[in-house]
Write a protein that binds this ligand. Structure first.
Ligand SMILES: Nc1ncnc2c1ncn2[C@@H]1O[C@H](COP(=O)(O)OP(=O)(O)O)[C@@H](O)[C@H]1O
Ligand SMILES: [Mg+2]
Length: 319
């Protein structure tokens, strides 16, 4: 199990550290998909990257909380152990396949580097392994492909290669941050089918960051909704669709493309506040059609019902 426990993260804003993720708790289980949803700027990527302690490279600091892998804190291990975990136990698939590959190295050398990092295979076996990984992600002519450079490939092929690289260390957990957003719709479907197939076949736990509820319905077991740096609702995928409880979740649901009315896609009025500009009480209250004075008065804790299976951060639900 991979667990985020009461994690708060701050980011550098003009020389000061400002809270951008606050008191987030989530857990990933083997074989299960947890979807993390919410509008842009809510802190989803910061949360996802924290699982590999990647934010630190961009000045993100942990203020409170912990990340536990099988009970062991990722903040309490050696740099060497952390390097082995990255890609060996937890792998990340990024949104932008172009920037994640190095343009000056061949596909082959980039895949072989990852294999080298995570296995003791010799030269011939590594090459075989690279071909097998490419075949696993639906890329057939591996020999030719390995000699090519990233910019000669389509976005869909590049994302397949990144998925192959993410699988090279046979990870137990996969963090996919909007893995298909940069791709054409038809390619998206195939990449999702591939990811879902690999996740099930290998029994990996997965964190899927997305704003696509179609994808959530197709892939997720559990859903966490994030707004302004905090989790505002969490439940099983069935409960999220059947009984969305937080007004923010309900608003996101109404904005789905399948609910287009008179050619108009619904939008939530207003914008996600930047870190540092969060409202005092309920952070969604300024945009919430149900908000009353009480909502703005003080911050709201997560209420839980159904034996804790369904949680929402709203004074109007779950009590
Ligand atoms: N390294 C960073 N330095 C400064 N600000 C950042 C950094 N990373 C993210 N942010 C800011 O933190 C907020 C949350 O970002 P992010 O986690 O990327 O949101 P999401 O993935 O939900 O769109 C945004 O306002 C973003 O601009
Ligand atoms: Mg993001």
């Amino acid at each position: 199990m991979l667990e985020i426990r009461n994690l708060s993260l701050s980011i550098p804003v003009s020389g000061e550290h400002v809270l951008a993720v606050s008191d987030v708790s989530l857990s990933l289980q083997a074989g299960k998909v947890l979807a993390l949803v919410g509008e842009s700027g809510c802190g989803k990527s910061l949360t996802a990257q924290s699982l590999l302690r990647l934010g630190e490279f961009q000045g993100v600091a942990k203020e409170t909380g912990d990340i536990l892998l099988g009970g062991q804190s990722l903040f309490d291990i050696s740099a060497e152990a952390l390097r082995k975990i990255r890609g060996g136990v937890i792998s990340m698939i990024f949104q932008e396949p172009m920037t994640a590959l190095n343009p000056v190295f061949t596909i082959g050398s980039q895949i072989l580097e990852v294999i080298h990092l995570h296995t003791d295979l010799g030269k011939v076996e590594s090459h075989q392994r690279a071909l097998a990984l490419l075949a696993d992600v639906g890329l057939q002519d591996g020999e030719t492909l390995m000699k090519q450079y990233p910019d000669s490939l389509s976005g869909g092929m590049r994302q397949r290669i990144l998925i192959a690289m993410a699988m090279a260390g046979e990870p137990e957990f996969i963090i996919a941050d909007e893995p298909t957003t940069a791709l054409d719709v038809s390619v998206q479907k195939r990449i999702i089918a591939l990811l879902r197939g690999l996740q099930r076949e290998k029994g990996m736990g997965m964190l899927l960051v997305t704003h696509d509820f179609g994808l959530v319905a197709e892939m997720a077991d559990e859903v966490a909704v994030m707004y302004a740096g905090e989790i505002v609702e969490q439940a099983s995928v069935t409960d999220i669709f059947d009984n969305p409880s937080h007004p923010y979740t309900q608003a996101l649901m109404r904005c789905r493309p399948e609910f287009v009315q008179d050619g108009q896609l619904a939008v939530i009025p207003g914008n996600v506040p930047s870190p540092g500009d969060w409202a005092q009480g309920c952070r969604f209250a300024p945009r919430c059609s149900l908000a009353t004075d009480e909502c703005a008065a003080k911050s709201v804790a997560l209420n839980a019902w159904q034996d804790g299976e369904h949680q929402a951060r709203c004074i109007k639900v779950g009590v």
